[in-house]
Design a protein around this ligand. Sequence first.
Ligand code: AMP
Ligand code: ZN
Length: 141
Amino acid sequence: MSDCIFCKIINGELPSAKVFENDDVLAFLDLSQVTKGHTLVIPKLHNETIFDLDADTAKKLFAVVPAIARAIQSEFQPKGLNIINNNGSFAGQEVFHYHLHLIPRYNETDGIRTKYISHQADYDQEDLKQIASAINQAVQI
Ligand code: AMP
Ligand code: ZN
């Protein structure tokens, strides 16, 4: 896509600090470096969100993620690593070319918060079954 900054990075029109590349996938450092080694993994095919991603592209994308995560782990010895994927502006997406953030975690004040507020008390087992069933019936593989 001509006005997509990640497509421009793939095409070499914009610079990037490349971490890994094959025919289908590119991994490069996020400019913001929330933590040291913060890496973006993207399919070369332009898809905006998880809702557009086809299974084959997803397969090729996720196939390289463990190796990149292990490389970050062996180089920088983080205590953990979050994989984050924002879909839609409401969910915090700013670049509309599908991407995974691999964010190594070093300490409690490293700039990322991943604690969620649980609403478990609002849902009993029957509610959970109904929600799960609705999603299950809508799955199209
Ligand atoms: P998101 O909010 O999930 O869409 O994340 C977009 C990410 O892309 C942000 O963390 C930005 O720092 C990062 N970003 C934007 N432009 C570039 C660029 N030219 N090179 C590397 N990372 C970028
Ligand atoms: Zn793109």
